[in-house]
Design a protein around this ligand. Structure first.
Ligand code: SF4
Ligand code: SF4
Length: 504
């Protein structure tokens, strides 16, 4: 029985209607033998129609295929096969979306099975025109990812493209390893803020057949019907006519040096974050019930400001998914820090869990027993936050770092104590961000395994560890980045998560 689940396919086509300066398949490239081209597509279609197990297909032409009606038709006809669970094609999107959608309608295909890997070429098309086409197709029910080459000179254009694109559509930036100029730390930070996976593409990965699905679950089939582990590995493993009996794959490559190679490695953070969507380069969207956000260093940048792209993402998410805060800040300060955005949140965990707000109610968790003021060798500053039922949080600021240890020892484990530099925050043992989140989940009938929480420091980990989707921002502390499942910024959340009742 075949174990092949994912197929990359390349027909004979080697031509393109564009002529990008960084590509060899532009208008000047060789003209294809159309008869043989159609033969290779026919052979591919016939063999796929004989498969009995579910497969997904990605067309990776040398050039542009979707400008040709026959190419579009084969793709749509393949999507009609019940065993084809999804099909996509790399394209420059220069074809007419209206004609394509018309063809899909005529053939009565299911739009949700058809996807596009659309590359933007700034030399050839204006961002506005390209984005309009992407949105038209996306709104019509086709999943799309958008790609662009990460040239330094294109940074502003790429940022504009990201700004104009629907926040639910993934924009990837191709690092073009070794073919372009050296990128500075600033370039890397810029591209990573736009594409959370940029560094994977920039560094790519060591080739390792022990963790590679190539030649087993995933194969590359060329126009002649020969089968390979991936498009970068020339060691043939069989024929299209015998996908159920491929030979054991072998790889002599040092590195999996492009996305279509390294996305086959099963042990990477990329695979974990992309999920099933990795094959099509469209992140798998997990359905979630709520999101919890830390504020300082998570929603705010180094200057304490909330970037515009985060604001836009929060506005988009708030209309679909309940948003909560989970912060060490007291309620009033959190409100001031967020300004108008505060209204987007339906409640939260404030003052390190000493104060909870949900369903229009406030709940304060007083410290019991009340804190005995510690006797230590230096003067210290202490601030208390009080509600009607008692003090729910203390902040103690000391000068000498030894004093924090002294205070911790004096207070023992009766309280929940967080330490940041010379500042200790103290709440009741029953408080804390984790307990606050769990209380809100319980009161609001939310399932923690269907909840997202995002933070930036190891102090957040206790809270993040109890949700199904723990996220750390790209600039998070190293320990947190090593612990979470997702490393992304708040404006990337709509790429990975959606409400249970989605509607475009
Ligand atoms: S659109 Fe793609 S295939 Fe065509 S010339 Fe540009 S880079 Fe090459
Ligand atoms: S180069 Fe291809 S076959 Fe080799 S390890 Fe990478 S993905 Fe697998």
């Amino acid at each position: 029985m075949s174990t092949v689940r994912n197929i990359y396919f390349r027909s004979r086509l080697k031509s393109c209607n564009y002529h990008c300066s960084y590509c060899s398949f532009g208008k000047k490239s060789s003209v294809v033998d159309w008869e043989k081209e159609e033969q290779s597509l026919r052979l591919f279609y016939e063999q796929i129609s004989l498969l009995t197990e579910p497969v997904r297909i990605l067309f990776i032409p040398y050039g542009e295929g979707l400008i040709h009606p026959y190419y579009r038709e084969v793709l749509i006809r393949l999507s009609l096969l019940p065993q084809v669970r999804g099909i996509s094609c790399q394209t420059n999107l220069s074809f007419s979306p209206d004609l394509f959608l018309e063809q899909i309608k005529e053939l009565q295909a299911d739009r949700s099975k058809i996807k596009l890997w659309a590359s933007f070429h700034p030399e050839m098309v204006e961002p506005e025109t390209f984005v309009e086409k992407v949105h038209g197709l996306y709104q019509s029910g086709l999943d799309v990812c958008v790609g662009v080459v990460g040239h330094k000179k294109s940074k502003a254009t790429i940022a504009l493209l990201r700004e104009q694109l629907d926040k639910r559509i993934y924009l990837f930036i191709n690092a073009m390893q070794g073919k372009t100029e050296l990128l500075t730390d600033e370039d890397l930070a810029c591209f990573t803020s736009l594409d959370p996976f940029f560094l994977f593409d920039y560094r790519n990965a060591k080739a390792d057949m022990r963790v590679c699905s190539g030649g087993r679950e995933t194969v590359f089939i060329d126009h002649s019907g020969d089968v390979y582990p991936c498009p970068r590995n020339p060691l043939k493993v069989g024929r299209i006519t015998s996908l159920s009996s491929l030979t054991e794959p072998f790889c002599r490559k040092e590195r999996c040096d492009c996305y279509i190679a390294y996305s086959n490695l099963k042990n990477t953070p990329l695979a974990q974050m992309m999920g099933e969507g990795g094959f099509f380069r469209i992140p798998e969207k997990r359905k979630v019930e709520a999101m919890f956000f830390d504020i300082d260093g998570t929603l705010t940048d180094g200057q304490g400001k909330i970037p515009d792209s985060y604001r836009d993402a929060l506005k988009l998410l708030a209309g679909k998914i309940p948003l909560y805060l989970a912060t060490s800040l007291p309620f009033d300060l959190a409100k001031r820090r967020l300004g108008n955005l505060f209204l987007l949140f339906t409640g939260g965990v404030f003052a390190d869990g000493g104060h909870l707000c949900y369903n229009g109610q406030n709940e304060y968790i007083p410290l019991t027993p009340l804190i005995p003021l510690p006797e230590i060798d230096e003067d210290y500053y202490i601030r208390e936050y009080q509600a009607e039922n008692g003090v729910y949080k203390y902040v103690i600021r000391v000068v000498l770092s030894e004093s924090t240890e002294q205070i911790r020892t004096l207070l023992g484990d009766r309280y929940n104590i967080q330490e940041k530099g010379s500042v200790l925050t103290i709440v009741d043992a029953k408080a804390g961000k984790k307990n606050g989140l769990l209380t809100i989940c319980s009161k609001m009938n939310l399932h923690p395994e269907k909840v997202v929480a995002i933070g930036n420091s190891m102090n957040d980990w206790e809270m993040l560890s109890v949700v199904g989707y723990p996220c750390g921002v790209i600039e998070a502390e190293k320990g947190l980045r090593q612990s979470v499942h997702y490393i992304l910024n708040p404006d990337h959340l709509p790429l990975f998560f959606e409400p249970f009742s989605d509607g475009r």
